[in-house]
Design a protein around this ligand. Structure first.
Ligand code: HEC
Ligand code: HEC
Ligand code: HEC
Length: 150
């Protein structure tokens, strides 16, 4: 007897296996398209090379925070200038759109830094008065923390 279906099945399996790299390639291409970031226009360089910043900006921020909060060291040398180690006053001075820079990339990677609970983003600096909600939240926070803070 002539098993035609076996040959057809064989061909189908062959085609599927043979084209797997192609499908994976297409899937990967879709995944690696980094969102469009709005870079500062009035500055050409970051405080470190771009690739380094991409990979290690969170470590720089950690280091800055520790230096400022624990050791009271606030300034660092950047080219010929002395600059403040500050998330809002330094990073966000150049990267003045949190939405189109930090958020765009973080949303893409699914990262949610909690820093903005306390630190102000550039747009919010312009807001003049705290809202009732802000004040309520502040009161709640202080109440919850009375046991640990003096
Ligand atoms: C003097 C202005 C300036 C300061 C201050 C600055 N940046 Fe940048 N940053 C830039 C510029 C300009 C680029 C683009 C660099 C390039 O194209 O080579 C950049 C690039 C980056 C990138 C890489 C973006 C990408 O395309 O992958 C990250 C992340 C970043 N900065 C985060 C920070 C953080 C966090 C701080 C504070 C610790 C900071 N920057 C401080 C101007 C600045
Ligand atoms: C090129 C993409 C990109 C840009 C632009 C970018 N980030 Fe990030 N950021 C990441 C990724 C990816 C992580 C997560 C890294 C990890 O988990 O190891 C991260 C993590 C962080 C963290 C640590 C969060 C945590 O929960 O550990 C902080 C803080 C942070 N970013 C701040 C910033 C700030 C501020 C800016 C804008 C000035 C910025 N990032 C711009 C990609 C980016
Ligand atoms: C609970 C509130 C709170 C949160 C959340 C918080 N910080 Fe801070 N941070 C502070 C306070 C308060 C200081 C001290 C400010 C000073 O002495 O100038 C500070 C100081 C800093 C400094 C140095 C001074 C400056 O102006 O930036 C850095 C850098 C910093 N924090 C980074 C971060 C990063 C990155 C995150 C998120 C991963 C974060 N902080 C989350 C409250 C907070």
């Amino acid at each position: 007897m002539y098993d035609g279906w076996k040959i057809i099945l064989g061909i189908i399996i062959f085609l599927v296996v043979f084209t797997i790299p192609l499908w994976l390639n297409i899937a990967n291409k879709a995944d690696t398209s980094i969102p469009e970031l709005v870079l500062p226009t009035d500055y050409k360089e970051c405080i470190a090379p771009r690739d380094y910043m991409r990979a290690y900006h969170m470590d720089i921020l950690d280091e800055w925070r520790d230096k400022v909060v624990r050791q009271d060291i606030r300034m660092f040398k950047f080219k010929d200038q002395v600059v403040e180690m500050s998330l809002t006053k330094t990073c966000m001075k150049c990267h003045d759109s949190k939405q189109n820079f930090c958020d765009r990339c973080h949303n893409y990677f699914g990262v949610k830094p909690y820093c903005w609970d306390c630190h102000v983003a550039p747009e919010e600096v312009k807001k003049k008065f705290a809202t009732r909600e802000d004040l309520n939240r502040l009161n709640e926070d202080t109440e919850n923390n009375n046991s640990v803070r003096r």
